[in-house]
Design a binder for this molecule. Sequence first.
Ligand code: FE2
Length: 161
Amino acid sequence: MSKTNNATNQIGLEKSDMSEVIAKLNSLLSSYHMFYINVRGYHWNVKGEHFFTLHPKFEELYTSLQVEIDVIAERILTLGGTPLHAYSDFSQHTSIQEDKNVKDGNACVKGVVTGLQSLIAEQREVSALAVESEDQGTADLVDDYVQQQEKLIWMYNAFLG
Ligand SMILES: [Fe+2]
């Protein structure tokens, strides 16, 4: 049912419900940024016999994270919010912590798996809240990422054996 009044945003969703969805998306955006910079670190610093496998794999991952970051930020704008855009804000809202000076291949892959698990858990919460608020667009967006990241976990865990 289409509603057009001051209580709804430009896509007909209740502003009061959306403020909570926007806040959760901003936390998710922060976690993505933290994970992104961790994965860049793995890409740069990984050493050892699997260098030529892992170095490009990590680049593939951070490149897709960068695209997802932009989609999430623009979803926040579509809902009527403002995406966080300062590292000081990201560090306060992230669910993923900095992972510094990791060089061992397996440790890098474990960091990737842990980060993906955090993103998945956070996105499941975003999805549930969005569905409650009739925001199927946000739910579909993060559900798609969950499915892709679940498969990545299988592959990175297969690497670990
Ligand atoms: Fe590079």
